[in-house]
Design a protein around this ligand. Structure first.
Ligand SMILES: Cc1cc2nc3c(=O)[nH]c(=O)nc-3n(C[C@H](O)[C@H](O)[C@H](O)COP(=O)(O)OP(=O)(O)OC[C@H]3O[C@@H](n4cnc5c(N)ncnc54)[C@H](O)[C@@H]3O)c2cc1C
Length: 372
């Protein structure tokens, strides 16, 4: 049942999206004494950053890596939040998986030197921010559209009550920040404001990085491949996983691998359980029939995540995002409207780095405005 009509108490600044970017903006504004509200469609924070298993695991269903030698902003946030990095395990030969009918062959693969992981997983960034951000994050709050009225933004929100009935409400805010994937942002914009036409067009064609992909995390009792002198890496021409990497904790426990699928999203969906069977067959082909069986396989299919991926993203190129036009990095509507989220960044677009670069930029602009 849906009922309509209430107006929630307004806050002067509202952020849509409690992914890394939205939370980091809230954190920076909180440090500057600016009160915010964060509206999040899911019943949890993190967006594309989610743990594989419990919140203390080192494994992630979304991003795995950071590149500290080339990502100063990630490095700065990792230090500031009291987190640490460890090297991606890459000792020993990789495996080259050429044919579905033959065993994979050991082969040196290009070095992953300098690729790092965050101790406790990339979801540690989210855990730290959620525990440090004292502003209200309103979960299960889906923003459907926004309209400017009398110099303020009126947000239409759908959310569930304790009795689980669906209600709609309106939140009114002076400053509005989108920290949502580009096409989802475009769908929330008012259609008839000429000054937003260019930014809307830019966002409508911008792909969300990794949205068409599935990440597969495979847990084992031991990192048996390390004992066999293998790095755990596989380069495959036949799949279903095109690449596989070691995903164990810093000391090798818990032992895990992860891979990305090369199978298109619609075929993955049709395959259902057969997709997991094909992964098991590939693992046996690569590591040998005598290799220990996995004790858990988690398939996280991002192509079907409602608050990450649109239909256009699902069938998108999957290529690394280009730098979007400058209009997405400019404030709009008399400094009342900002676009954030990783894909809007001029450096590190699509990556954790991009999400944090944009968070710092947007927060700085708002802080400057509040002090003008
Ligand atoms: C499988 C995978 C692997 C990746 N690997 C790496 C990697 O190794 N290294 C790296 O740097 N990056 C990697 N990335 C990218 C990285 O995850 C993203 O750059 C980063 O998490 C983006 O953060 P964000 O806050 O900009 O967006 P998101 O995480 O997408 O957050 C957006 C938030 O907005 C919410 N939302 C959406 N619509 C609404 C609405 N209407 N109302 C309210 N809330 C809404 C969503 O629920 C979500 O919480 C990977 C991503 C995936 C999926």
């Amino acid at each position: 049942m849906t009922s309509a009509g209430t107006t929630e108490p307004g806050s002067s600044t509202t952020i849509i999206g409690a992914g890394l970017c939205g939370l980091a903006i809230a954190y920076r504004l909180q440090q500057a004494g600016i009160s915010t509200t964060v509206l999040e469609a899911n019943d949890f924070a993190g967006g594309r950053i989610q743990p594989a298993g419990d919140h203390d695991s080192h494994q992630d269903l979304g991003p795995t890596w950071v590149w500290p030698y080339a990502q100063p902003v990630v490095s700065q946030w990792v230090n500031e939040l009291g987190l640490t990095l460890f090297d991606q395990f890459d000792s020993g030969n990789g495996l080259f998986d050429r044919s579905a009918n033959e065993s994979a062959t050991p082969h040196p693969l290009p070095s992953q030197h300098g690729i790092a992981r965050i101790t406790g997983g990339t979801h540690s960034l989210i855990k730290k921010l959620v525990s440090n951000v004292a502003v209200p994050v309103k979960y299960n709050h889906v923003v459907t559209d926004c309209t400017p009225q009398d110099g303020r933004w009126h947000l239409q929100i759908k959310h569930s009550t304790e009795s689980e009935s669906q209600v709609t409400s309106t939140q009114i805010t002076d400053h509005l920040i989108f920290a949502t994937p580009p096409r989802l942002t475009a769908a929330m914009l008012p259609p008839n404001i000429t000054s937003l036409a260019e930014v809307r067009r830019t966002l409508e064609v911008a792909e969300t990085w990794m949205a068409p992909h599935a990440k597969i995390v495979v847990f084992y009792n031991t990192a048996f491949w390390r004992e066999a002198g293998l790095s755990g890496r596989v380069a495959s021409q036949v799949g279903p996983l095109t690449e596989i990497h070691d995903h164990s904790g810093p000391d090798g426990t818990p032992a895990a691998l992860f891979g990305f699928s090369g199978v298109p999203a619609n075929i993955r969906a049709e395959a259902g359980e057969h997709f997991v069977e094909a992964i098991q067959q590939q693992l046996a082909r690569c590591f040998g029939n005598d290799a220990p069986a996995p004790n858990k396989i988690i398939v996280k299919d991002w192509a079907f995540e409602q608050w990450t991926t649109t239909e256009a993203d699902r069938n998108g190129s999957g290529l690394h995002p280009p730098v979007l036009q400058e209009t997405v990095r400019q404030p709009h509507c008399d400094n009342s409207l900002w676009f954030a989220g990783s894909e809007t960044a001029a450096t590190g677009a699509g990556l954790i780095e991009g999400a944090l670069v944009r968070a710092d930029e947007v927060a700085q602009q708002l802080i400057k405005l509040s002090r003008a």
